[in-house]
Design a protein. Structure first.
Length: 80
């Protein structure tokens, strides 16, 4: 299934950190002005997101966001 996510990733349900949709194709089909994202998990199970902006939005590059175990409401491993 395909689900374009505008910012590259999105938690469901909104406000929850239990389920995340990752959409890796920035500027999907050259039709959507969406970002892509990668979910990264380090050796301490800290989850972060690397957001990939569409090529024409390169000047708006965003630093990776990190989700700690305390933010998740559950273990980081379960969030991954």
């Amino acid at each position: 299934a395909h689900q374009v996510v505008e910012e590259g990733y999105e938690f469901f349900p909104e406000g929850s950190r239990r389920l995340v949709t990752i959409f890796s194709a920035a500027n999907y089909c050259a039709t959507f002005d969406n970002a892509g994202a990668m979910l990264l998990v380090d050796e301490n199970l800290v989850v972060s997101f690397h957001v990939i902006k569409p090529p024409h939005a390169a000047e708006r590059t965003e630093a990776p966001k990190t989700l700690s175990r305390a933010d998740s409401g559950t273990s980081a491993a379960a969030a991954a």
